[in-house]
Design a protein around this ligand. Structure first.
Ligand code: PA5
Length: 468
């Protein structure tokens, strides 16, 4: 294990559960962990999967370790090596990169981009970005204004810099099924732009990431894409952030994908070996479960302290909703950003229905040197008393004050604390929350894999358009 692990702690909320309640879940939680891990063996063995376990997408659990082993063995010809070299090729070829995808084929990369890059990344010069492209997301909606705005921006850039990398756009198009309409339609429009602007070079600027078969796979073969990356069977969309789905765009955005994988592998190792009392995955699930069963707390609020983690929260909203929102059951996830949302949802969390468990997601120390409150001759705002106070101290006062206010009213909170906002920490967090979701599914008897409910709208949408 290379860096420290994130921590999970139950703040004053511990007192709100009956004594020994979490301990009483030890056997059930250990059994859910065993089942989660045995599923990996079942899936790897190729033996028939019992009907009640289908689909079984347990491949994400050992995947980070497998990729790191492969890297160790095969270096530049390993999958990680090939992803890194494709990312370098794209960085050298284009200054704008559009990532197309929806749901599990989009939200993980968005989460990494917002967490690990500055909010004004795309406004910085190429030199300040260290020749790493600007990053845009599309294909996650059917929104004329949004897509037109991006298409004209890229078109204008191509016109302004006809012979230089600054005018070039590359596209990573991601769809496991290869047939999701929103992404497929967006791909057509962006491909059309690339072909019109860059002619025969367009094919080199497009990298598909897709399943072993399907329409996008066929299209990629027909168009002769030089690089196509596969999304492995046995890893479902919302569990695929650490496959090429997230790793290729992350590497193209200059992120350290080896550290991401290492963080996830460290979390898997911790999950496998740590006893129930100190196992962050099992403790998190036990607490969420106990509050849901004993106190009817069916709303899980992920309270992110800082806007850089908002998209991680949205990724988790999708993970929990699609995995456990089945059979008229499953907690309702909601991401908030504080202190912003203390001025909107905060009232409801403090005095509304007692159906909420609040988990704070704490990002650790800021990456930039802490700002401090400046002193000023004009002190009518009475802020000179705070002159010199670092912003992190003000934020901590808000965190503590909020937790205290909830505790005083017997409203539970818990903390997930990241050591820092790094690739390694984010890899841990992704893997922790994916494992927790599967463990909870096994605990309550809901298959966490598959999302049959999402298919209904897709079928109707296609029928409404007369598509075959
Ligand atoms: O978790 C899932 O499987 C879904 O959210 C999918 O990721 C989403 O529907 C996109 O599917 P695809 O990658 O096939 O375009």
């Amino acid at each position: 294990m290379s860096e420290s692990l994130l921590t999970y702690s139950l703040c004053a909320a511990a007192k709100l559960l009956s004594p020994g309640r979490i301990d009483s879940l030890r056997d059930a939680m250990n059994a859910a962990r065993d089942e989660t891990l045995n599923d990996v063996e079942l899936w790897q063995s190729g033996a028939p999967v019992p009907a009640e376990k289908q689909p079984l997408d347990a491949g994400f659990i050992q995947w980070p370790e497998e990729l790191l082993d492969d890297l160790q063995r095969a270096q530049s010809t390993s999958l990680v090596g090939r992803l890194e070299s494709c990312a370098k090729r794209l960085q050298a070829a284009a200054d704008s990169l559009v990532v197309l995808g929806i749901g599990g084929s989009y939200m993980g990369m968005r989460a990494m981009f917002e967490a690990l890059r500055t909010p004004f990344w795309n406004e910085q010069s190429r030199a300040v970005r260290r020749e790493i492209p600007r990053i845009y997301f599309d294909g996650w909606n059917v929104d004329t204004d949004q897509q037109s705005a991006l298409l004209s921006l890229l078109n204008d850039r191509a016109a302004a810099f006809p012979d230089s990398v600054e005018g070039k756009t590359a596209v990573i198009v991601i769809s496991k099924s290869g047939g999701t309409l929103e992404t497929a339609v967006a791909f057509r429009t962006f491909r059309e732009l690339l072909e019109r602007r860059f002619g025969s070079d367009a094919v080199n600027l497009i990298v598909p990431v897709t399943g072993e078969s399907g329409r996008l796979r066929s299209l990629s073969s027909a168009s002769g894409s030089p690089d196509v990356f596969s999304i492995p069977d046995g890893i479902g969309g919302r569990f695929s952030v650490l496959t090429s789905v997230g790793l290729l765009p992350a590497a193209a955005a200059g992120m350290n994908i080896r550290a991401l994988l290492q963080g996830a592998a460290d979390m898997t190792q911790h999950f496998r070996t740590a006893p129930f009392e100190s196992n962050v995955v099992l403790q998190y699930v036990a607490v969420c479960h106990a509050f849901e069963i004993d106190h009817g707390m069916t709303c899980r609020i992920l309270s992110t302290w800082g806007s850089k983690l908002e998209a991680v929260g949205l990724w988790y909203d999708q993970l929990l909703s699609e995995s456990l929102g089945k059979h008229e059951r499953g907690a309702m996830p909601l991401t908030v950003v504080n202190t912003r949302d203390l001025h909107s949802r905060g009232q409801q969390h403090q005095e509304g229905r007692r159906d909420k468990l609040i988990t704070n997601l704490l990002p650790g120390q800021p990456l930039s040197p802490p700002l401090t409150v400046p002193e000023h001759a004009l002190d009518d705002d009475r802020l000179n008393q705070l002159a010199g106070t670092p912003f992190p101290r003000i934020l901590q006062a808000a965190v503590d004050g909020t937790n205290q206010a909830y505790a005083d009213d017997k409203r539970p909170t818990a903390d997930i604390a990241l050591p820092a906002l790094t690739e390694h920490a984010l890899g841990q967090l992704f893997q922790m929350l994916m494992l927790a979701t599967v463990v909870e599914g096994r605990l309550v008897g809901t298959n966490p894999y598959g999302q049959p409910g999402v298919e209904a709208y897709k079928k109707n949408m296609q029928a409404n358009l007369g598509l075959k």
